[in-house]
Design a protein around this ligand. Structure first.
Ligand SMILES: [Fe+2]
Length: 414
């Protein structure tokens, strides 16, 4: 008995540097935000969460298909939130102070495999559970790639939970976000957002694009540094871009995100990076196609304006390097344009108030002819990518908050 107690104390002092039995003392301080997953590639992923207090950082990892649980340990770093928002105004304000960002790196994983994890809670609280998948090999043999896309998530308005309820059970491999993640402009705090969005954050690795609402600076604050850049810093692996624009791959499909709050016109650092990267990935073995995702629109006829100048300079890149799908957010609704062999979609129905999806049609009559669907609807999207002989089949669905399918299309990409 004394030995067991001594061992438990030693492990507690060691800060979980060794695997622990399931009933061991290594439990996280209460979680303040998360967990969520980033930096997933074919053999690794990183699980993050935030606590108010320092303490043990460990989780249990299990194959989603079943099997024994492995215990992994990590570390937390003290981070600083400079600004407060919503104090004495909302139930869950964002409060300045020191917060601990916990991180566990899961390595030596199997490609194309899904895992579940649990962050072991302090006594009395339920474990925080989630899942993620590693990147699939380019062959996609017997393993279609499924990914989820949502934009403009403003759960406080009241539609997001139902959108998630009808899409996440289909178990996507990972999650794209087309930006405008959270809205101070509708008195929605990050503290609230993380709770409301937990079903999404726990459903797969998160690959966000940056929108205009990530840096609202309400009251002269420091929102971007305090939240997006502190919590979602470098969602892909180091070397695959910057904290603001980056790339990753799964199943022979390469995904690039552009930060449309920064210059991305011809000659900008971002444009040069994108052009070099598209050229590079198009030469890789097993390359199928590229997907670009971003916040502001290259095509829209709703109540936002398309960036006509930049799309002229991007079009040759997209054509040369087999970009076949371009996803954006920002214009709160759903639109699909078919422009030659490239599908441009506005998917910005994640919760922000739906607006006028055909307002600017008179300003862009030629673009209006290319729009095949335009709907003022809360929704998210699911995409499936599968081999079709030597070609690739891309199947997209937009699903609304009642579970109804708003749009369903399939393209065969030679
Ligand atoms: Fe926006």
């Amino acid at each position: 008995m004394r030995l067991a107690l001594a061992l438990a104390l030693a492990l507690a002092v060691a800060g979980c540097s060794t695997p622990l039995p399931d009933d061991g003392p290594c439990r996280s301080p209460p979680l303040n935000k998360g967990p969520w997953v980033m930096r997933a590639d074919d053999t690794s992923a990183a699980v993050f969460w935030e606590t108010r207090d320092p303490g043990c950082v460990a989780l249990g990892l299990t194959l989603e298909a079943g099997g024994s649980e492995s215990l992994l340990t990590g570390a937390s770093v003290a981070t600083t939130v400079e600004s407060s928002y919503g104090v004495n105004q909302v139930m869950m304000p964002d409060i300045a102070g020191t917060y601990y960002l916990a991180r566990v790196d899961a390595t030596k994983l199997s490609p194309g495999t899904c895992y579940t994890y649990r962050v072991r809670a302090t006594d009395g609280a339920p474990d925080a559970r989630g899942r993620f998948c590693t990147a699939r090999p380019p062959s996609l043999e017997g393993q279609p790639l499924r990914f989820f896309v949502i934009g403009d998530t403003n759960p406080r308005i009241g539609h997001t939970a139902d959108v998630l309820k009808h899409t996440l059970p289909e178990k996507p491999d990972f999650l794209l976000h087309t930006g405008d993640i959270q809205y101070y402009s509708s008195t929605e705090t990050w503290s609230y957002w993380f709770g409301a969005m937990a079903p999404m954050l726990r459903a797969g690795a998160f690959f966000p694009a940056i929108g205009n609402h990530e840096d609202e600076k309400e009251g002269g604050g420091t929102e971007f540094a305090d939240y997006y850049d502190r919590l979602f810093h470098q969602p892909s692996l180091d070397g695959d871009g910057t904290p603001k624009w980056y790339r990753f791959t799964s199943g022979g499909v390469w995904f690039h995100t552009i930060d449309t709050e920064e210059p991305y016109d011809s000659g900008s650092p971002q444009y040069l990076w994108l052009s070099e990267s598209l050229k590079e990935v198009a030469q890789k073995p097993g390359y199928r196609l590229s997907v670009i995702y971003m916040h502001r629109n290259l095509y829209t006829i709703g109540d936002a304006h398309p960036n006509v100048e930049v799309r002229k300079s991007l079009a040759p890149l997209f054509a040369a390097y087999k970009v076949r799908l371009v996803l954006s957010g920002h214009m709160h609704g759903y639109e699909r344009f078919e422009v030659g062999s490239i599908t441009y979609i506005t998917t910005a129905g994640g919760g922000g108030i739906i607006t006028e999806v055909t307002k600017n049609a008179p300003l862009y009559p030629e673009d209006a002819k290319l729009r095949v669907v335009g709907l003022p609807a809360y929704h998210a999207m699911l995409f499936d990518v599968r081999p079709l002989g030597t070609a690739t089949e891309l199947h997209g669905r937009a699903i609304d908050e009642s579970g109804a399918t708003l749009d369903d299309f399939t393209h065969t990409i030679p």
